[in-house]
Write a protein that binds this ligand. Structure first.
Ligand code: SF4
Length: 419
């Protein structure tokens, strides 16, 4: 099938070839190719390791959620919007906590955007207009391998015709492979991004005397050169990753780069783009925001949504032993959460919905295999720039989709509430 959409990373490439019978792929990057290869699956639903029917597994899961005082519903970034919507409704009905992978990823960026707003654009605008691409604290060559070729570096756009028309700057604490595609590499000391943004803002406004001879390991002349390069570009895109959002300063770093972008826009045009990881991590936030007003760390225990990132993220709730059950969808917290949080997951009944076995499967009481979104089940996902993309079903499968499983689980929960 032509124009297949890859459901691995936030670039959500939609120009790929995939032969569903032979599992042959064309144009995928190695990460996407691995997702679209034949892999070990969870074969059937289980309760306490024993094979059961889908109906029995869903029924048991609904009972666990209904009997729980405050279940955690976590994951969502690798499934489609239709399933996420049902997850948020389910969280409200069982008075649980809705949290998603962003809480251990770009949550500081979202917090900063809530406070400051963001000058953003689409990946199409980046491809067509950007003549200066700045990658700050991210490594697209390894994390989003087709992003540089499709949009930000080599892409042939309407006004920017390709690599020769673009300057590329990589700013990072070490020389990553992405630095090899850059025309300029700027190495900053770990944890000093905030200082470097502040110095650049001062230089932008002409306060040269306020800037010391070296900031964050970067010489002042180099920063002056960088600021001049920015001022003389026509359309700048700053693409940033967890190197900013998850180092010292967190959301304040992102707030500072947003302020830098606002300042740049007094001279020329500049946009900011977070490099989001999982293919629908944006959807896991957007859909929750349509439904209840908040993107993650939402507690429904009082019957209405409350947002508190220092209290209601999956990690925080588990560390405080606030949750007495968990539903994990399209995620593997046992592999990524801190050890104490995983210990708590081991103590409570966990329901897992996932196509593939992972560390969380090992500690789950109820395991429900599902169709792979974007391969065996269709739906909608938000790309990293917030553009909704339809993901296709390209392979027939007997597995239930996330949407079907959650729909049935919600029905059962509502029925239990009536009884
Ligand atoms: S860049 Fe991302 S979306 Fe595109 S093929 Fe690779 S993994 Fe898939």
């Amino acid at each position: 099938m032509e124009n297949v959409t890859c459901t691995f990373c936030g670039a959500v490439c939609d120009d790929l070839y995939f032969d569903g019978d032979e599992f042959r792929t064309k144009d995928f990057c190695p990460l996407g190719e691995a997702k679209f290869s034949r892999k070990k699956r969870i074969e059937y639903p289980t309760i306490d390791g024993k094979k059961v029917s889908y109906e029995e597994a869903v029924e048991r899961a609904a009972e666990i959620l209904h009997n729980s005082k405050r279940p955690l519903l976590f994951g969502w970034s690798s499934t489609v919007n239709e399933a996420i919507r049902l997850g948020v409704i389910l969280a409200e009905k069982v008075r649980g906590i809705y949290d998603q992978c962003a809480s251990v990823c770009h949550a500081p960026s979202v917090l900063a955007m809530i406070e400051e707003g963001i000058a953003s654009g689409s990946l199409g605008q980046i491809k067509n207009r950007t003549d200066l691409a700045i990658f700050w604290g991210c490594n697209p060559v390894e994390a989003h391998p087709r992003h540089p070729t499709r949009y930000s570096v080599m892409a042939r756009g309407l006004l920017t015709k390709g690599r020769a028309d673009r300057k590329v700057v990589v700013v990072d604490v070490r020389k990553t492979v992405s630095a090899l595609m850059a025309s300029h590499f700027i190495q900053v000391k770990p944890g000093t991004d905030y200082l470097v943004f502040s110095a650049m803002r001062a230089l932008m406004e002409g306060y040269e005397d306020a800037v010391p001879e070296e900031v964050g390991g970067v010489r002042k002349e180099k920063l002056i050169e960088f600021v001049e390069m920015i001022k003389s570009a026509k359309y700048i895109t700053i693409l940033f990753g967890l190197g900013i959002a998850h180092t010292r300063g967190h959301d304040r770093n992102v707030e500072n780069v947003i302020k830098l972008v606002q300042l740049i826009n007094r001279y020329t045009r500049c946009i900011l783009q977070p490099m989001r990881g999982h293919f629908n991590v944006v959807g896991a936030g957007e859909v929750a925001a349509w439904e209840c007003g908040f993107e993650w760390a939402v507690d429904f225990s009082r019957g209405y949504p409350r947002f508190a990132p220092s209290e209601f993220t999956g990690v925080e709730a588990l560390l405080r032993k606030d949750c007495d059950a968990a539903l994990i969808v399209a995620s593997d917290p046992a592999a990524h959460f801190p050890r104490a949080a995983v210990e708590q997951l081991k103590r409570i009944p966990v329901i897992q919905i996932d196509p593939f076995p992972n560390m969380t499967t090992l500690l789950s009481k109820v395991v429900i295999p599902c169709a792979i979104s974007g391969i065996e089940a269709e739906g909608t996902a938000y790309r990293m720039d917030g553009v909704p993309i339809r993901v296709k079903k390209v392979v027939e499968s007997e597995y239930w989709s996330d949407e079907e499983i959650l729909e049935k689980m919600l029905e059962k929960v509502l029925k239990l509430r009536e009884d």
